[in-house]
Design a protein around this ligand. Structure first.
Ligand code: MRU
Length: 346
């Protein structure tokens, strides 16, 4: 069992490991209202598509508790503002809306105090994500030849999920099977999820790894020949186009140019069959200060403008394999994605 955990339900509250303070400090934030959970998601206390969805599910439990206390049997109407607040916390990771939809689907079959039934549902979402990660690792690791170097981008480990991880889960399991010679970790500007979170997780497990700047991708594939780029996803469109942390598309282009392969690892909760292709995925843009300042220090002239999209969309044509808990979709396109999802019962 992986000891790293991003969130836990304890004493009737949601406790979030404050990922903004890692790796220097391990500080936990206690959330007792849906508003606090939504604010924590927006502020990046908890991040990573599956972890955001799980946090939002527990946020619904807190919202239902408050709505039932205030309105009794009228709680379903009273909860609406909190649901909207959670839904709008971040736009790109579809796991957030997916988790909220699963929680609200339980409303109709709940009578009396809704908290016990909704807490059971949130725990099920949490547990199922961990199980999905283990299944994805079992499907993805065999794609990697023994002794391979790989590159990963952002953080996709236990901190970003219900545990074990998506892309990092595959890497963890592949390492245990002797398939990984070395992991290259993109820093992942501007929040540095690679340097601060992925490096921390890899170091705790003693997996050999080196940090690289995001701009090194092409030179890395040219010189040190990683066999795979392995990444997670925030939303996968019906044709396989994949939204993930900004810099993923650049790394995928570099991999393709040098004959390396690209693996996307994501649970079905990240698939969005209602979105036909990547052109219509909403990409979150965050404040310019995230680029122009670092820990309060100026990195650019005061007032300098910046464009700060925090995700990009890698076209399906650059992806060799999408791994989910039901198996592997090789060379994804709209037809293969649809056939796979139908076989998986989605
Ligand atoms: O802005 P973040 O840190 O929430 O972005 C996270 C990513 O882009 C991850 O790669 C993605 O959510 C997959 S996590 C398993």
């Amino acid at each position: 069992m992986n000891p790293v955990t991003a969130l836990r339900w304890q004493d009737g509250a949601l406790h979030l490991l404050d990922q903004r303070r890692l790796p220097a400090e391990q500080t936990w934030l206690r959330c007792v209202s849906a508003g606090e959970v939504a604010d924590a998601i927006r502020a990046m206390v908890v991040r990573g598509a599956p972890a955001i969805g799980i946090a939002a599910a527990y946020g619904v439990v807190l919202a239902a508790r408050a709505a039932f206390a205030a309105a009794g049997d009228g709680w379903r109407a009273a909860i609406e503002p909190d649901l909207a607040h959670l839904r709008n916390a971040r736009p790109t990771a579809v796991n957030l809306a997916w988790a909220l939809d699963r929680m609200t689907a339980r409303f109709a079959t709940t009578s009396g105090d809704p908290e016990p039934a909704l807490l059971a549902q949130a725990r099920a979402i949490h547990d199922q994500d961990l199980a999905a990660n283990r299944a994805m690792a079992a499907h993805g690791a065999p794609l990697i030849a023994p002794g391979s170097r790989v590159l990963t981008h952002c953080n996709t480990g236990a901190l970003a999920t219900g545990g074990h991880g998506t892309a990092l889960g595959v890497i963890r399991t592949a390492h245990a099977q002797g398939r990984i010679a070395e992991v290259f970790v993109d820093e992942t500007r501007p929040w540095l999820q690679g340097a601060r979170l992925t490096a921390w997780e890899l170091q705790q497990e003693g997996i050999p790894a080196r940090l690289v700047v995001d701009g090194a991708a092409a030179w890395l594939f040219a010189r040190l020949r990683p066999a795979w780029l392995i990444v997670g996803a925030d939303r996968i469109a019906a044709n396989g186009d994949t939204a993930n942390k900004i810099g993923t598309y650049t790394a995928a282009l570099a991999a393709r140019a040098h004959g390396a392969r690209v693996m996307v690892v994501a649970p079905l909760s990240t698939f969005d069959p209602a979105t036909p292709d990547g052109a219509v995925i909403e990409v979150e843009e965050r404040p310019a200060q995230e680029l122009t300042q670092l820990a309060g220090q100026a990195l650019a002239p005061a007032g300098f403008a910046a464009w700060n999209p925090v995700f990009d969309v890698t076209p399906a044509a650059l992806i060799d394999a999408i791994v989910c808990e039901h198996g592997v979709i090789e060379r994804p396109d709209a037809a293969r994605m649809a056939a796979f999802l139908e076989a998986a019962g989605r």
